[in-house]
Design a protein around this ligand. Structure first.
Ligand code: FDA
Length: 396
C-alpha cells in the first residue's frame, strides 16, 4: 500500500485541532486532519446551549486547573481572547456578553465551526478525512511518524494529538490521546469528570423536590469559592456554581453552601424580630429563600420553626451559621455523560509550554483538552483550545 505524505497530521477535528490546522496551514504546511466522527466540531455545535461561549473578556492563568499552574501562561499570552475576537470580527459574527465576561454568539455555534473551516480553507493547505479508525502510530527514526488507519497509511513530520477529553462519550470522546502519550513515554494524570452536576442521596435527596428551581448561592470546597446560581435537579444539584466547584471536589469531600450569599441573616433576623415579633420563623425565611427549601431545612432539623420573638441570640447565630455554612455531601457526580470537561490528562511537565511539543519526542504535539489543563466554566476551555492549537500550529 502506498504511503501518503503530509507535513502535519492532526488527530481530532475539534476546537483545538481545527485551530491548529488553520495556524499550520497559514505557514503553508500541508495538513491532514483525521477524525473518527462524521463531521468537525461536534462539541462546538452543542456548546453554550447552541450559542457557544467561545471565550471570555478576562482570561487569566487562575481560570485554569493543572498540576502545573504556570503551564498555560505562554500559550494564553501568545494567542489571547483578543486574537480570537479579531477572528470573530473578521468573520462578522455577532456576539453578546453574559455574566462574568462570558461571550456567546448571538445566532449559532455553527458560526464558530464555519469560521474555523473557512480559516483552514483560505490556506488551501488543509485536508480532512472523517470516520477514520486509527489503528496504530509508529515513529520513524527522528524524522516523523507513520499513521496506520482503516483507510490508508499516512506519513508526517509532525503529529498533533487533538482528540479531546472523555466528557460526552456520545459525541465521540475517547481516551485515544492518553494511549498515544503513554506509547511515547509521557505520563498521564488520572482523568476525572469536571464541570459536572453532583448527585445526592440520603436525606439530602430531599433537595430534589425543588427540581427546576435555581437560586444564587456561594459554594466552597478545597479553598475555592464561587458565587453563582445553583439549580436543583432530579438527581441532585447543578447550575454554574455547582459545575465550577465540581472541578475542585474529590470523592468524600463536603461542599459548604451559603444559601444567602448577599445577606447577613443574623442582622436580618434581628431586624425582623423588632418589626414583626409574632411572625413565624419559616414565614420570614420564605421571604428570602424558596418556601419549599425552608420546609426542607425544617424537615431535616437544620432549623426549628418558632415565633420570631422566641428566638434567643444564640439561636439567631445558630440559624445564620447553618444557612451561611450549610454542609452538602454529594455522593458522586453525573460523570462523563454530562460533564463539560475532563480534569487530568497528558502531564504538562512532559510538554513545552511554548510550543505544546513533547519534550522528549520531537514532532509530537498535544493540544486542547487531552492535556492536563481544565478551564473554569465561562469560555475558558475553548480559549485554551484556541491558544494551545494556535501555538502548536506555529511550531509543527
Ligand atoms: P474536542 O472534544 O472538541 O475534539 C476532539 C475531536 O477528536 C473530536 O472531533 C473527536 O471526534 C476526535 N477524536 C476523539 N478520539 C478520536 C480518535 N480515536 N481518532 C480520531 N479522532 C478522535 N467550553 C467552553 O469554553 N465554552 C462552552 O460554551 C462549552 N460548552 C460545552 C458544552 C458541552 C455539552 C460540553 C461537553 C463541553 C463544553 N465546553 C465548552 C468544553 C469544550 O467543548 C471543550 O473543552 C473543547 O471542545 C475541547 O476541544 P478539543 O479540540 O481539545 O476536543
Amino acid at each position: 500500500m502506498s504511503i501518503i505524505q503530509h507535513d502535519v497530521i492532526i488527530i481530532g477535528a475539534g476546537a483545538a485541532g481545527l485551530m491548529c490546522a488553520a495556524s499550520a496551514g497559514q505557514r503553508k504546511r500541508s495538513v491532514l486532519v483525521l477524525d473518527k466522527g462524521k463531521r468537525p466540531g461536534r462539541k462546538i455545535l452543542i456548546s453554550g446551549g447552541g450559542r457557544c461561549n467561545f471565550t471570555n473578556y478576562t482570561v487569566e492563568p487562575q481560570n485554569y486547573l493543572s498540576q502545573n499552574p504556570h503551564f498555560v501562561k505562554s500559550a494564553l499570552s501568545q494567542y489571547t481572547q483578543w486574537d480570537f475576537l479579531g477572528l470573530i470580527a473578521k468573520h462578522d459574527i455577532a456576539f453578546h456578553e453574559r455574566d462574568h465576561g462570558q461571550l456567546f454568539c448571538d445566532d449559532s455555534a455553527k458560526q464558530i465551526v464555519d469560521l474555523l473551516l473557512r480559516e483552514c480553507a483560505d490556506t488551501e493547505k488543509v485536508k480532512y478525512q472523517y470516520q477514520i479508525d486509527i489503528i496504530s502510530i509508529e515513529r520513524l527514526d527522528n524524522t516523523g511518524f507513520i499513521v496506520h488507519t482503516n483507510n490508508g497509511v499516512y506519513q508526517c513530520e509532525s503529529l498533533v494529538v487533538a482528540s479531546g477529553g472523555l466528557s460526552m462519550p456520545r459525541l465521540g470522546a475517547t481516551p485515544f490521546g492518553w494511549k498515544i502519550a503513554e506509547q511515547f513515554g509521557l505520563k498521564v494524570i488520572q482523568p476525572q469528570a469536571a464541570l459536572v452536576p453532583f448527585t445526592l442521596d440520603g436525606k439530602e435527596k430531599e433537595l430534589c423536590n425543588l427540581t427546576g428551581t435555581a437560586l444564587p448561592v456561594r459554594v466552597s470546597c478545597n479553598n475555592q469559592s464561587f458565587t453563582e446560581a445553583l439549580l436543583f435537579t432530579h438527581r441532585g444539584v447543578s447550575g454554574p456554581a455547582i459545575l465550577q466547584i465540581s472541578s475542585y471536589w474529590n470523592v468524600g469531600d463536603t461542599v459548604v453552601v451559603d444559601w444567602l450569599p448577599n445577606l447577613d441573616l443574623a442582622d436580618l433576623l434581628v431586624q425582623a424580630i423588632d418589626k414583626n415579633p409574632a411572625q413565624e420563623l419559616k414565614t420570614m425565611l420564605s421571604k428570602v429563600l424558596p418556601k419549599r427549601l425552608v420546609e426542607i431545612f425544617i424537615g431535616l432539623g437544620d432549623v426549628t420553626n418558632c415565633l420570631l420573638r422566641q428566638l434567643t441570640q444564640k439561636q439567631i447565630d445558630h440559624i445564620a451559621m447553618t444557612l451561611h455554612h450549610w454542609i452538602l455531601k454529594p455522593n458522586g457526580t453525573e460523570g462523563y455523560r454530562t460533564a463539560e470537561a475532563t480534569l487530568g490528562g497528558v502531564d504538562t511537565n512532559y510538554l513545552s509550554s511554548k510550543t505544546m511539543e513533547a519534550r522528549d519526542v520531537p514532532g509530537l504535539f498535544f493540544v486542547g483538552e487531552c492535556m492536563d489543563v481544565t478551564g473554569h466554566l465561562g469560555g475558558y476551555n475553548f480559549q485554551w483550545a484556541w491558544s494551545s492549537g494556535w501555538v502548536a500550529g506555529l511550531n509543527v
